[in-house]
Design a protein around this ligand. Structure first.
Ligand code: UD1
Length: 396
């Protein structure tokens, strides 16, 4: 009798286990959680925080600001080598999946938390829904590229934020299949970007919820917004010194300030690696180093910047949403549309390329045609999860 009730409850309700861990995943999860709260069908979302990011200003502040329910589980894995970190998450997530038996395991992006969850779920036949599927940098030196490829290829539903991502999936052999979807017959969708949903939703509120504009006098003097956190930039003394020196030069030459919200990894590496001359260069008033910015602070910083210079995937996109030119401090980008539309330039850590891109981008009249959907990606994804839940694999 009890199992009959449980069976009917299952038919009426959808249960998601959502994995978050690193800062951008918390941001993406906010859009889906919001859609869950407004959805016309009953959905129970169990949120699992792996603990990959644990500093309050890398994690808690986003959960509070974006109104995400407090995670039901926190694995507290913390930092470590890729192997150690991923293994600890994998075993923790597997245990939770055995307990929770969700209809879908929802994973975001390309971090070690994404990979660990995708392996844990697929091995015990919990269907995986990968949000931000199909993106490729075609550079397997990036841990994220490995994470994306592996995750996509064990997922049952794949949601690509861009057309380029959707085409990449087709190139890798994914077909536009008909339901019922399964591990061996995955469904692929082009749906728009959850981060765009969030930026539209929060853009208006950000200024009134943050005092960063007054604190840093953002409207009275012009500035470059910069972020650097990727390990190939932070852990290589030559690149890190070159990047900071170039930022400082650009600011001085163009009479701008640089505002640099600092990831904890970058802070540690700057303490170890910066040459005396670069330390001197970034001491002036033109160079403003702050703690990692909250989501609202970041929106305000992006909205008012003259230029965004970054090695972050998310910040590149946010620059585009707010119609700001962007210099990408990586050898390539998976957000190819930004470059194709002339609004961003890929410069790696090359001072000459960065400086000439700056001049070109400032002088050109740029246009920002729509790339990331209509702000309703989360609703689309939730509809698809609901529509295909009864087709999800039977779990042992
Ligand atoms: C991770 C993701 C990256 C994403 C980024 C967003 C992977 C492989 N990379 O990179 O794709 O763009 O998150 O921010 O998953 N640290 C702290 N406090 C924290 C978190 C990290 O001090 O709360 C320091 C530690 O020294 C840690 C280092 O930052 O070793 C790197 O953290 P990690 O989570 O391994 O990778 P990220 O660089 O944050």
């Amino acid at each position: 009798m009890l199992s009959k009730i449980a069976f009917f409850l299952h038919l009426q309700q959808m249960k998601l286990v959502t994995i978050i861990g690193a800062r951008p995943q918390i941001i993406k999860a906010a859009a889906l959680s919001r859609a869950v709260r407004n959805f016309s069908h009953p959905v129970r979302e169990v949120i699992v925080h792996t603990g990959q990011h644990y500093d309050p200003n890398m994690s808690d502040i986003f959960i509070q600001e974006l109104g995400i329910p407090v995670p039901d589980y926190n694995l507290n894995v913390g930092s470590g080598s890729h192997g150690k970190q991923t293994a600890a998450m994998l075993s923790g997530i597997e245990e939770i999946l055995f307990t929770e038996k969700p209809d879908w395991l929802v994973v975001y992006g390309d971090t070690n938390s994404t990979l660990a969850a995708a392996i844990a779920g697929s091995k015990i036949h919990v269907p995986v829904a990968h949000i931000e599927a199909g993106l490729r940098s075609y550079n397997k030196q990036m841990p994220e590229e490995i994470n994306r490829i592996l995750c996509d290829h064990v997922s049952t539903l794949l949601f690509s934020p861009t057309l380029a991502g959707f085409e990449n999936l087709k190139k890798e052999g994914f077909k536009i299949n008909d339901a019922p979807f399964s591990f061996d017959n995955p469904g692929i969708f082009h749906c728009g970007d959850l981060m765009y949903d969030n930026s539209l939703y929060f853009a208006e509120q950000a200024a009134s919820h943050s005092d960063i504009s007054e604190k840093l006098q953002l409207t009275t003097s012009k500035y470059i917004l910069a972020t650097i956190h990727r390990n190939n930039n932070t852990d290589d003394p030559q690149r890190l010194n070159a990047l900071l020196e170039t930022l400082s030069d650009l600011a001085v030459q163009n009479n701008l300030r640089v505002i640099l919200p600092l990831h904890p990894r970058t802070r540690k590496m700057m303490d170890q690696f910066l040459s005396i001359s670069v330390q001197e260069k970034i001491k002036g008033n033109h160079f403003v180093i702050i703690d990692p910015a909250s989501f609202f602070e970041m929106i305000v910083l992006e909205q008012n910047a003259e230029m965004v210079i970054t090695d972050s995937g998310g910040v590149q996109k946010e620059a585009y949403y707010f119609k700001k030119p962007c210099i990408i401090l990586r050898p390539e980008t998976e957000w190819v549309e930004l470059v194709e539309n002339g609004c961003a330039k890929v410069c790696d850590a090359d001072p000459i390329k960065i400086k000439s891109a700056f001049t070109e981008l400032i002088q050109n009249k740029l246009e920002y045609p729509p790339v990331f959907g209509d702000g309703n990606a989360a609703e689309f994804i939730l509809e698809k999860l609901w529509e295909h839940k009864s087709n999800s694999e039977t779990r042992s």
